[in-house]
Design a protein around this ligand. Structure first.
Ligand SMILES: Cc1cc2nc3c(=O)[nH]c(=O)nc-3n(C[C@H](O)[C@H](O)[C@H](O)COP(=O)(O)OP(=O)(O)OC[C@H]3O[C@@H](n4cnc5c(N)ncnc54)[C@H](O)[C@@H]3O)c2cc1C
Length: 472
């Protein structure tokens, strides 16, 4: 006999039926699971999200609702504060337990505590599960039992830890309860404007196809050679799928390990190792945010707190619209505006450009990325921005400033990426993307001249950082 008649499963960043620990446990422990997703009720402008990611979320919820319907269950949608909505549901359904998968960012944690308090008040069992990561922050600690501040020793330890196997897809959650549900949301729910961004297909099925395609069609095996090339499909493009929990990290890892056994060349082997290391970066940043939630408010490195960032609104505006006159920077920003995705190499280039060439505060860029990335994720985004600004955990040293022209030469020498995303430059010779125009003339009609001189701004940055460090 199951322990409970009814258990509420609170869906969060785990919008799938396959290998979902909390959902499986709920199904095992009860006659009937009430699957609920609580929609936030903020309206219009939001510093941390925007139409692109919410549009993707709408599609994922639609797909989840269909998947649940196919097993005779029903997704219940509610709007408002999760703890208050779950409290109402406990009363309506007489549920005797609430299960959910843990979230690791400070907002998620805060809400978990509130939900736990609601359950305690109603004498309802409240169980949380590890799902989003292979290893939680508390599992990967230094010899002294403290958190790591540097990636390499963290990843060494992370790699040696035993990894949990993935489980299969759920077949039943018991019959659907007849209780009211809100409608599936559209952008109108948050009063957000429509978006025509070309987004990846939402939902578990599409995400699983992307995972399969990446692993089985040779891209995983050639990841090492291609991952830094921004043109074409050179990386896995699974960021949004991990962000919304459309695929399980255990399954992704298990499949990569199985591919390792099949890898026939040292390059293929190294590619898979490199890819798995990227998954470790993701968990490193989650661990940093877990242990040092203050990184949301200030620089991880204390010596750079309170440093001036004298960038102007005008320059930030040019950067955000992809109109800086630096082709690689503009291509990256336009790719993100058009698709919600930007290649990792270019994320590094544009973020370093904003902070080191334009001297804008990294938090401005962090927020802009969160508003536009379909895979926007607090921990990795904060980690990426602080890395580029030179202020973060294991960040690029502040004096190592990437030159956007050299980066172009190294990673987009033929201008394939630039010409894809900056149509004004389609007819321009790629050789001209490798240095500022010598004749002082714009590369094309309607395309701006570089808004700054990289080497001058580099010197200015070095002076700002050195002066501020001197004060400590
Ligand atoms: C300034 C900046 C901001 C970033 N913001 C985000 C963000 O909001 N969300 C996000 O998921 N990633 C972010 N990243 C990391 C990285 O750019 C993306 O994870 C990657 O581009 C997603 O594409 P992919 O799935 O094809 O990556 P792949 O190269 O195929 O990597 C596979 C997965 O590993 C993880 N990963 C890869 N690189 C990193 C990294 N450097 N840090 C953390 N995780 C990584 C991601 O989950 C990614 O999906 C940011 C990087 C920078 C420099």
């Amino acid at each position: 006999m199951p322990k409970h008649d009814t258990v509420i499963h609170w869906f969060r960043r785990d919008l799938r039926l396959t290998d979902n620990p909390a959902l499986s446990a709920a199904a095992k422990a009860s006659e009937q699971v009430v699957p609920v997703y609580v929609l936030s009720d903020w309206k219009k402008d939001h510093a941390w999200t925007g139409s692109i990611r919410q549009q993707f979320l709408c599609g994922c919820l639609d797909s989840l609702a269909k998947n649940l319907h196919a097993i005779d269950s029903r997704l219940i949608l509610r709007t408002g504060r999760a703890d208050l909505e779950i409290e109402k549901l406990i009363k309506e359904t007489k549920a005797t337990a609430v299960y959910f998968n843990r979230d690791y960012d400070p907002y998620g944690r805060e809400m978990e505590k509130k939900v736990q308090a609601v359950c305690a008040r109603h004498h309802v069992e409240c169980l949380s599960f590890k799902d989003r990561v292979l290893h939680e922050a508390e599992e990967v600690l230094t010899g002294d039992g403290g958190p790591y501040r540097v990636f390499t020793p963290y990843s060494r330890n992370w790699l040696t830890k035993e990894k949990t196997e993935a489980h299969g897809r759920l077949k039943s959650l018991g019959p659907a309860k007849r209780i009211p549900s809100d409608e599936l949301p559209t952008l109108e729910h948050w009063k957000l404007p429509a978006t025509d961004a070309d987004l990846p297909a939402p939902g578990e099925k599409a995400a699983r196809e992307r995972m399969k395609d990446f692993i089985e069609n040779g891209r995983l095996m050639s990841y090492l050679q291609r991952r830094d090339i921004p043109a074409g499909l050179s990386t896995s493009r699974l960021g949004q799928d991990l962000r919304f929990g459309l695929i399980s990290i255990r399954e992704l890892y298990t499949r990569c390990s199985a591919a390792m056994a099949e890898a026939k060349t040292p390059n293929a082997h190294k590619s898979i190792e490199t890819y798995i290391k990227e998954l470790a970066w993701r968990e490193f940043y989650m661990a940093i945010l877990w242990k040092y939630p203050e990184v949301f408010e200030e620089e991880f490195a204390p010596e750079f707190r309170g440093m001036p960032w004298p960038g102007t609104d005008k320059d930030f505006e040019a950067w955000s619209q992809g109109k800086t006159g630096f082709p690689i920077v503009d291509a990256g920003m336009r790719q993100m505006l058009a698709t919600g995705f930007m290649h990792n190499r270019v994320r590094m280039i544009v973020s370093m450009f904003l902070t080191k060439d334009l001297h804008c505060y990294w938090k401005q860029g962090e927020s802009f990325f969160m508003q536009h990335l379909v895979d926007g994720e607090n921990a990795s985004n904060n980690g990426g921005w602080q890395w580029s600004a030179g202020t973060g955990a294991d960040a690029a040293p502040y004096f190592r400033i990437q030159n956007p022209w050299t980066q172009t030469k190294n990673y987009d020498p033929e201008g394939l990426y630039i010409r894809q995303w900056v149509p004004e430059l389609r007819e321009v010779s790629p050789a001209r993307f490798l240095a500022p125009p010598k004749d002082g003339k714009a590369l094309a009609k309607g395309y701006p001249l570089p808004i700054v001189d990289h080497s001058e701004e580099r010197d200015r940055t070095l002076a700002i950082f050195a002066k501020h460090r001197g004060k400590h």
